[in-house]
Design a protein around this ligand. Sequence first.
Ligand code: COA
Ligand code: AMP
Length: 630
Amino acid sequence: MGAYEEVYRKSIEEPEAFWAEAAAGIDWYRQWDTVLDRTNPPFYRWFSGGELNTCHNAVDRHVEGGRGDQAAIIHDSPVTGSIRTITYRELRDQVALFAGALRGRGVGKGDTVIIYMPMIPEALVAMLACARLGAIHSVVFGGFAASELAIRIDHARPKAMIIASGAIEGRKTLAYKPLVDAAILQSDHKPDTCIIFQRDFITAELTGPRDVTWQEIIRDAEPADCVPVLATDPLYILYTSGTTGMPKGVMRDNGGHAVAIHWTMKNIYNVEPGEVYWAASDVGWVVGHSYIVYGPLLKGCTTVVYEGKPIGTPDAGAFWRVIEQHGVTTLFTAPTAFRAIKKEDPDGALLGKYDLSRFRALFLAGERLDPDTYHWARKLLNVPVIDHWWQTETAWAIAANPLGIEKFPVKPGSATKPAPGYDIRILNDGGEELGPEQEGNIVVKLPLPPGTLATLWNNEERFVKSYMSTFPGYYETSDGGYIDEDGYVFVMGRIDDVINIAGHRLSTGAMEEVIATHPDVAECAVFGIEDSLKGQIPLGLVVLKAGADRDEEEVAAELVQMIRDQIGPIACYRQTAIVARLPKTRSGKILRGTMRAIAAGREYRMPSTIDDPTILDEITDNLKKLGLPR
Ligand code: COA
Ligand code: AMP
């Protein structure tokens, strides 16, 4: 039996023993009573009764264990032209002080805090300070508009907000404060405090007693110690797109999360304490939570916080420069970043300027890794290029090539094998299990391993309905795919209304809700079309109201602006086709799959339930006008 097979078997057959062993990698104030509480399925609880503090495990214990002078964070910011290193000792002191300041503003155990910050060390300090106090953070990605932030404020009901005065996005300077003020104005819930980290290139104006600067409140603060919390207490809420405009608030616990994320650092990424790990993502996404902040710090690694882009800051050699300069051993990013580099520097000429001798592996996730990009990266870098599949809900890989356990030969297009802890099955729509090579719904047999979502914040009903009801006894991933004869998992894409744009997860349903509010729109459907750089981009098919005598281009431009204002630029909504009617089934369901196939120029079967087949020719002509399929 290979090393993987043995580890995997134990994780599925004896999950309690397996994860109890992994839990030895974490410091506990109190040992758990039960490793896995199975008394209330589908709500499983890991390490019930145990007490710990995630911040202690990510920061303080490394100082106590002799890593005080090691770099914890390297902030590399080509957009501001600065590089700053923070040691574990400095990080502990900064986090303790800021936690004390937060406490001084009334934040304590169980309170929620929204963080809206770019890629600066203070974002990590803010997250860790919440964890230190037992407060629950909810980080919102900077590319979301004020109304998206308002939705999250109303749902998470934060006691405090922690923001930065602004960010530099590529070449643009963005002021965050006006956007945050607009969001608080729109929301029914009002936070008591808004703490603003003033950056030197942009100063936020303070409005009333609610606002206070970061710099000011730490001046007189007393450092705060770590507060013991239950393993089952929430560490964070992270909102992610579902199929409607209301995002899902994925709730992560403290204990299971710390155990699982710490375990992945060696077993999946094969990194050791003291090594430099870099996830080129953003703290606003799950990759940022797990592998910019918690994973590397729980393991005692150095994490690189990169405030820049793969291209344009200043060129397509930026990633190679960072790898060389900081001695990065492992890089994790989205395939889009590599497609962007490949487009600018197809022969990889810029790589020749840098010494990548310490670089060992590239991990990619967030969207399907297309075989072309895989081959290009593999040949250029000459290190393992690992595609691994996961979701905001799981916090860590569901399928991967577990480099720290056993390295499997790569099959381009596959995320390799199920990660230990995940019992992956393929079911047809009727819930019957399918055999090798047969494509269907990818599900995971319950219980899920630790670290995965405990529930949806303040919405247990939606948790059960979205994930646990369609196939009782299984977690529904909403991804489709198959497992081949060798046990390799192939993820082919979402089967719901979620799309992946440049590795960013967005809801077409949410875009439809915005478009439907345009006064001239009668009906619309938004779906993802293939894009050579971003993987997918949204396209809207819109039917205008009878009598709406409008210039089509003008309406399209208005819709672009509405989506930018109400969801954010990150939605990349640019294309609209005005059509006479939408293709539907006789029961009124919009045939999105068929439209996706037409837009991609793929063969499709005429749906037997279609209301009027001639409509598909009309749609084909409309899409041709937009240059589709490309
Ligand atoms: N704050 C505010 N706005 C942001 C933002 C942020 N943090 N991130 C992106 N945006 C804006 C961009 O400025 C752009 O606005 P524009 O329409 O006014 O130009 C829009 O959102 C779309 O951004 P993006 O999709 O990132 O496109 P881009 O052309 O700026 O960059 C890539 C393209 C490929 C370089 C970029 O998407 C990238 O680096 N992707 C890597 C993927 C990644 O990190 N994924 C995270 C999950 S692992
Ligand atoms: P997010 O929650 O933003 O991480 O997005 C999760 C979704 O991204 C998954 O449900 C998949 O559709 C997609 N995804 C992530 N990683 C991969 C991968 N390696 N291969 C294919 N799809 C992926």
